[in-house]
Design a protein around this ligand. Structure first.
Ligand code: ADP
Ligand code: NI
Length: 226
């Protein structure tokens, strides 16, 4: 066990941050609401207990990782770090700590199948793994269809094939059907997890998505045999 404990004052700082993030996420859709942040936070704390890393840094970065998502901020990419610095400075954290959290927040997102992940630290790996695990499995499937539904997209359209996006801009502006998202991101996540602990959790979540996708196409193409 590599669990760390936080001081009384760090716990108070985290409680304040949780309340602030919770308030900012009220009214967000189920693909990206406070419950997503809470699940990622819990996963990140679990991964820290297995893998090590700075618990306060991981806690703050997981709580802030979606604080300024391009899908919700009017389309600005990579703005999370700026908002993070501002929030942490306002809450009285020192500038150096805020910069470390901001660096993680800017590095967490999946930016396209053809865009390599840049990794700078174990803490970055852990927060990214936690966010990716919540995009996988049963909850990942639910989030994907909620996302597509909220934009009135079809589940699937046979003539629109998946794309291997090579830039974040291309990935984030793609508007195709929801099944494509499985091939463009969700089924790729298993091999883009960093830590051993996340890979173990990811295996079952990946298998469930594989089975789901296979059954989806079988049912779609139903031809009288099951
Ligand atoms: P995360 O919070 O994991 O960084 P994103 O911000 O990319 O994920 O997206 C939020 C949720 O919506 C995730 O579960 C993601 O898989 C899903 N999602 C993103 N883009 C699409 C899409 N084009 N179609 C369906 N689901 C999507
Ligand atoms: Ni997220």
């Amino acid at each position: 066990m590599k669990q760390q404990s936080l001081s009384e004052s760090q716990l108070i700082q985290l409680d304040t941050l949780k309340e602030l993030v919770k308030a900012r996420f009220s009214g967000h859709g189920a693909d990206h609401d406070w419950y997503h942040i809470e699940r990622v936070y819990q996963l990140a704390i679990f991964l820290q207990s297995k893998e090590g890393g700075d618990l306060m840094l991981i806690s703050c970065a997981s709580l802030l990782h979606d604080i300024s998502d391009h899908k919700l901020n009017g389309g600005i990419l990579n703005d999370g770090g700026n908002v993070t610095r501002q929030i942490l400075n306002d809450l009285g954290h020192d500038v150096e700590f805020a910069a470390k959290v901001a660096e993680i927040v800017d590095g967490v997102s999946f930016k396209g199948a053809g865009v390599p992940d840049e990794v700078t630290s174990l803490e970055m790996q852990i927060v990214r793994d936690a966010d990716r695990l919540d995009a996988m499995g049963a909850i990942g499937i639910a989030r994907a269809f909620h996302f597509g539904g909220s934009r009135n997209r079809p589940f699937f359209s046979p003539n629109q094939l998946p794309t291997q996006h090579t830039t974040f801009e291309a990935y984030s502006s793609d508007k195709s059907h929801t099944m494509n998202h499985f091939h463009e991101k969700l089924l790729l996540l298993k091999d883009r997890l960093h830590t051993q602990a996340a890979k173990e959790i990811g295996e079952r979540r990946h298998q469930l998505m594989e089975n789901f996708v296979e059954d989806f196409y079988r049912d779609w193409n139903f031809a009288g045999e099951n």
